[in-house]
Ligand binder design. Structure first.
Ligand SMILES: [Zn+2]
Length: 277
């Protein structure tokens, strides 16, 4: 086990389940950085040159291709008398955030994995696709594909690129925050996770454990507050807090490798952990 050595740490990163922003302009595509890459890629198409469009024009926040009705938010607020305003999908762009011209700028895609012939897609069409759908279309675009692959690995392949991040569940938000940390050296970083397995399917828990293992292999120190036995069984070091919950807890019952905790007669967690091991 690697001791937590505060001297070597330069950054502590709390990855919790609080929502990502309250801003409806933040989407999976902007938060993951995929949209920045796509804007550049689309600005290089023949169509973009025909219309005189630059990368900045493809931003739904500030670009000329944003829907003028909703100003790129995808929503308009309905003024209901005597009631608070109600947000509804923008009738002009159907929530896509883009003006009609954006659909006319298309890029050829190739599915290298299947050898299938590609087709043409526009940026708004991509934004309506799930991460997994976009990944199969954009295999050839290495930088974008790498970012989408990380989202897929984190179990977020079913989210659409245009999904507003404030609407994500706590577990989804937590994993999306993690996406930007994957694939980097993490020697001087401490990560603290607050119950990352909440709401996850057991198969996704395995995926998450693999992701945390990757962080450790990249040099990070990972502290996880967790009840999930699979997660606990995979830890290098376990600190069992208890003996009960809430006011009954707060003391260290035992600490050690998972086998030590499983063998500890005072530990309730240990009893269940023994079965898991
Ligand atoms: Zn609109």
């Amino acid at each position: 086990m690697r001791a937590v050595d505060a001297e070597g740490l330069r950054r502590a990163n709390l990855i919790d389940a609080t929502p990502i922003g309250a801003n409806v302009r933040s989407t999976v595509a902007t938060y993951s950085g995929v949209l920045d890459d796509l804007r550049r890629i689309f600005s290089q198409t023949t169509d973009a040159k025909t219309y005189g469009l630059k990368a900045g024009d493809f931003s739904y926040n500030t670009g000329s291709l944003r829907c003028p009705t909703c100003d790129g938010t995808g929503q308009i607020s309905l003024d209901v008398q005597f009631l608070p305003d109600v947000g509804i999908p923008c009738p002009d762009c159907a929530g896509s955030r883009y003006a009609p011209l954006a659909w006319n700028v298309k890029r050829h895609t190739l599915r290298t994995s299947t050898g299938e012939k590609g087709d043409y897609v526009s940026l708004p069409e991509l934004m309506a696709m799930t991460v997994d759908q976009a990944l199969s279309r954009l295999q050839r675009l290495k930088k974008v594909a790498a970012k989408l692959q990380i989202l897929h690995t984190l179990g977020l392949g079913y989210l659409t690129l245009g999904e507003a991040t404030p609407a994500l569940s706590g577990g989804e938000a937590q994993r999306l925050k993690l996406a930007s940390e994957i694939g980097r050296r993490q020697d001087d970083v401490l990560f603290v996770f607050d119950e990352p397995t909440i709401g996850l399917h057991p198969l996704d828990v395995e995926v998450l454990i693999g992701v945390l293992q990757d962080l450790v292999e990249n040099g990070a120190t990972v502290v996880v507050i967790e009840h999930d036995l699979d997660m606990i069984a995979n830890a290098d070091w376990v600190i069992d807090m208890g003996p009960g919950g809430g006011e009954e807890g707060g003391r260290i019952v035992c600490a050690g490798v998972p086998e030590d905790v499983a063998a500890c007669p005072e530990s309730v967690t240990g009893r269940y952990l023994a079965e898991e091991l």
